[in-house]
Write a protein that binds this ligand. Structure first.
Ligand code: SF4
Length: 250
């Protein structure tokens, strides 16, 4: 069961034995240990050429909490598309102050955004999948390229349970055509594992999760989901194509 909202989580907690923080950590001990080991391996193997990408989703917050406990930390960055919801910017600030880890923001190039808006309008993404992909390219994929310059490995919060497309996610993927290794320490975590960790460690999370948003991206391209909907159903919901990805992990 996906327990993303306060209501859903509270109901779930009422229906099962309530575990205290120590028991929860013990329950997930192996997964937490494996995730930490993988991050440490990554730091040892790639040194300063490793980075952690976060969009402040629940998984990204777990990763930030995990690295905050390590003596060596990877560089951390996020993509600031300019269209994120205010709740995500609030969480960015909260995370920065709680963990004291610098979080670099990569924004799209002003001239690329200006050209795109001039030619296609500010909300072009609703017009066609091609225009939506153009916007994702300008606001996400191109800044990602700059963020990844000189990087040999990146750590992300992808999990196999997030979507059919992500069902093949491995903890360590073979290097891509740019020679970059993707490391997913939470690949085999379930949504419950993620939320159990957040609850047990009192990790800050995006307030929108309590309003029915299991997956959060840019404000105009994300809506809350209803009962029984898949967790990524609220992303680009007007598109029939069920490959709900922006191009960052394709
Ligand atoms: S998610 Fe929407 S607003 Fe954000 S970059 Fe993609 S199309 Fe543009």
């Amino acid at each position: 069961m996906w327990r993303y909202g306060r209501k859903g989580r509270d109901n779930a907690m009422n229906n099962k034995k309530v575990l205290n923080a120590v028991q929860l950590i013990e329950l997930n001990h192996e997964k937490v240990t494996n995730a930490v080991r993988l991050i440490e391996w990554c730091l040892k193997t790639f040194g300063e050429r490793v980075t952690l990408a976060t969009c402040f989703d629940a998984e990204g917050m777990v990763l930030l909490d995990l690295i905050s406990q390590l003596p060596e930390k990877p560089r951390v960055f996020t993509l600031d598309t300019g269209r994120l919801p205010p709740e995500t910017y609030e969480l960015w600030e909260q995370a920065q102050s709680r963990y004291g880890i610098p979080i670099e923001g990569y924004s799209p190039k002003a001239e690329e955004v200006e050209d795109m808006v001039k030619n296609h309008g500010i909300n072009l993404f609703y017009d066609s999948p091609e225009k939506r992909k153009l916007c994702c390219a300008v606001r996400k994929v191109n800044p990602l390229r700059r963020a990844m310059a000189g990087v040999d490995a990146w750590i992300t919060g992808l999990r196999r349970g997030q979507s059919t497309f992500r069902a093949v996610v491995k903890p360590i993927s073979a290097a891509d055509k740019e020679g970059r290794t993707k490391v997913c320490p939470l690949a085999d975590w379930s949504a419950d594992d993620v939320w159990d960790y957040i609850k047990a460690k009192n990790v800050p999370y995006n307030r929108l999760h309590d309003e029915g948003y299991p997956s959060i991206g840019c404000a105009p391209c994300t809506r809350a989901t209803g009962a029984g909907e898949h967790m990524r159903a609220g992303r680009w919901w007007w598109e029939s194509d069920n490959m709900k990805e922006c191009g960052l992990h394709v």
